[in-house]
Ligand binder design. Sequence first.
Ligand code: SF4
Length: 417
Amino acid sequence: MIDANRLEILTDSAKYDVSCSSSGSKRQNVKGGLGNASIGGICHSFTPDGRCISLLKILMSNKCAYDCQYCVNRRSNDVPRASATPDEICELTAAFYKRNYIEGLFLSSAVEYSPDRTMERLLETVIKLRKQYCFNGYIHLKGIPGADPLLIERAGMYADRMSFNIELPSESSLKLLAPQKNKAAIVKPMRQLSSGILREKYPKRSRFLPAGQTTQMIVGASRETDGQILRLSESLYDAFSLKRVYFSSYVPVNFKNAFLPVQSAGLLREHRLYQADWLLRFYGFSAAEIVGENGNLAEEYDPKCAWAIRHMEQFPVEVNAAPVETLVRVPGIGIKSAYRIREARRYTRLTFEDLKKMRVVMKRARHFITAGGKFYGEENFGRMKNLLAMHEQSENAEQLSFLKENEIVQSVITGQL
Ligand code: SF4
């Protein structure tokens, strides 16, 4: 069994990883087996920005052969080092699962010796967990770029989800801060996992990576703008059908490198990127609509509100007539509310009171809509912007203080490729 000292090192090294929320995986327990994975229940503790907090997050090893400047586990950093064996990880996962501490495993590793050797150990662990320990719970496995494609394919047969982290948003930043990595090597396994060949080989989704793949980007360690980050995210979603792109605000862990900022990018920037990502995935926005390539997201308004303010020529829209695609672009009207509106107006002509009952956030929406021809928003553009900014400020203060209280805020990047 893994001793307490190594356990502390390996879980501490992994605890800030943000790319681990699970979804979309369903596997029933079998007789004599242990646990099961379900679409809705495996990770039911999420922070407001979508981080999952109910997996055992652990590194196989934090002894890294690489020297990524932004990482606490880099070779040149003087920190306690430890590794665990596949059996130790399996025993720990099974024991925690039985005690109801966790509902799944998030397993990552630093590059110990080489990508192949590390990937082999990770693969050995998940095979043992599934076959020897009969573990049917959720497994999110970090992949190691540069490892043999056969190892990666085999891992996909046992894990629910895999992720290869894109890390920094450009090749030049990788060269500067993570010289052993390059974009082609990171993207290659993502392409492999999303390829038609594998989809044909494993036609049953439940047999191969049922929860798909994700990636993570560090924000603020290098100079890329939010516009560049969102364009890259958009192209990753398009090219590899990723389930999520996670953003991790850089937190300084290396004060000796002159190219690294001395301050974190901050929670607000990360929060705005997640909001923009939501617009990309569910609201029909393109990255170009959300922010210019060389621009950053506004701090004072959420990205949808900022877009609406820039396009006042498209507002107000009449809630009794506008199509759903237009309604979802109104600040304060979410996807569910838009569909509720469409359904309800088949039977009645909607008023502002009806909209409140449908959970439309009227403090925002009233400036951009009419209901039955009536407008209750602020007509003075400057005053309207101030009101929206004030509303946003109070909401942000609440959300960010919740995150701080829960100590899930430091996104130090550890143990990932
Ligand atoms: S990011 Fe990964 S590869 Fe780079 S130093 Fe950290 S653990 Fe090693």
